[in-house]
Design a protein around this ligand. Structure first.
Ligand SMILES: Cc1ncc(COP(=O)(O)O)c(C=O)c1O
Length: 388
């Protein structure tokens, strides 16, 4: 193998090191100045009044639904092709995920399938800005307003993406971010909830901290979902790096699309001109019929040639055992009396079925070297189904 090109790598510098050291020296590890600074910078960057830091992106979703007043058995519409915790977070809160189809071109929640999914128990719709691509927020917002339900954006993969000029995370009632190690920026582990709603923000701050209203009074069934100062010390610095990181991701991803766009077996994702993609992924769809190989086999063979790629999602959420078998809560989801209505085994959605397993993401992290980019392009251009 000539080279090994990794698909993602956290990038931290001397300033992150200095920040962490200053936390260690200060002895203040929880709810200190770095959490506050990280929240202020993130609210400012996204263009909202409040950002509430939490332990990770999954609990950001959970707390958001809790703050909206989700009751056991209430429903949340989610796309079927996304990371599992978009939907498991709903279940953890006692809610019912209702799986919608995806847009065939954009891979995000298909607004045309929402009417089929809504019921009198629906409290929210949760678009996911998948791979960094903003979902069709105008249509989703209009649907939510018509049904008087909330929009919770799962923006865990889309730091800095814009939809018609607005940053994702500022369009729904609530926006949820993850700062996991492979994301556009990281705090190691970490999450953030964004909102313009003062009351929701106050509830979220209490819920993440044991439901405390003051030092002595638990007014809610809260949690310890706080972010530590050590994590915030990294994240706060990373916010400053994000515009530069994203510009590099864009340049690399657009170059792949330009230089590989003529290949018949590998289609670059469609990106509408009214969005700014965050390029968490440089997404391509393997045309399995053309190359005569599955997306998984292409992924495997590229790995063998030293080109690490992302390859997800390979199972629709409605096929995941956790949902088909109603795993958790001692074998019974909180809505088990409604099982007949939520028999996920009978769900099959055409666009999800068509796309599943075909998506790969090429290495586009900001530290990639020019020679690596050239190697990726060359390897893919010379990729043949006849070589192992
Ligand atoms: C779409 C989506 N939602 C939610 C999450 C959960 O974030 P975390 O891993 O920080 O819990 C992820 C994480 O990777 C994600 O990709």
């Amino acid at each position: 193998m000539e080279r090994e090109v990794s698909v993602a790598t956290p990038i931290v510098g001397a300033e992150e090191h200095d920040n962490v050291e200053s936390v260690l020296d200060s002895g203040r590890f929880v709810q200190g100045p770095y959490v506050e600074e990280f929240e202020e910078k993130w609210a400012d960057y996204i263009g909202v009044d409040h950002a509430v830091a939490v332990a990770n992106g999954t609990v950001a979703i959970q707390l958001s639904l809790n703050a909206l007043g989700l009751e056991p058995g209430d429903e949340v519409i989610v796309p079927s092709l996304t990371f599992g915790s978009t939907a498991t977070a709903v279940v953890h809160q006692g809610g019912v995920p209702v799986f919608a189809d995806i847009d065939r071109e954009l891979y995000t929640l298909d607004h045309r399938d929402l009417e089929r999914c809504v019921s009198d128990r629906t409290v929210a719709v949760m678009p996911v800005h998948l791979y960094g691509q903003p979902a069709e927020m105008n249509e989703i917002r209009e649907f939510a307003d018509n049904h008087d339900i909330a929009v919770v954006e799962d923006a865990a993969q889309a730091h800095g993406a814009r939809y018609r000029g607005d940053r994702v995370g500022s369009i729904g009632e609530l926006g949820c971010f993850s700062f996991y190690a492979t994301k556009n920026i990281t705090s190691g582990e970490g999450g953030m909830i964004t909102t313009d709603d003062d009351e929701l923000a106050a509830d979220l701050r209490s819920l993440r901290n044991h439901g405390l209203a003051d030092r002595d009074t638990h007014v809610d069934l809260g949690y310890n979902y706080r972010l530590s100062e050590l994590h915030a010390a990294i994240g706060s610095k990373q916010v400053e790096r994000l515009p530069d990181f994203n510009a590099k991701r864009r340049r690399i991803s657009e170059r792949y699309a330009a230089e590989l766009g003529d290949l018949e077996w590998l289609e670059p994702a469609t990106i509408p001109d009214y969005v700014d993609h965050a390029y968490f992924w440089a997404p391509f769809e393997v045309q399995e019929d053309v190359i005569g190989l599955s997306g998984k086999e292409v992924w495997r063979r590229l790995n063998n040639r030293g080109v690490e790629t992302r390859h997800r999602y390979n199972k629709p959420l409605y096929e995941q055992p956790v949902f088909t078998d109603h795993k958790g809560f001692n074998g019974e989801f909180p809505w088990s009396e409604n099982d007949a209505e939520h028999d996920y085994e009978s769900v099959s959605l055409p666009n999800v079925e068509d796309v599943v397993g075909k998506m790969i993401g090429l290495p586009n992290h900001p530290n990639i070297e020019e020679a690596d980019i050239e190697y990726v392009i060359d390897t893919i251009r010379h990729f043949s189904p006849h070589s192992a």
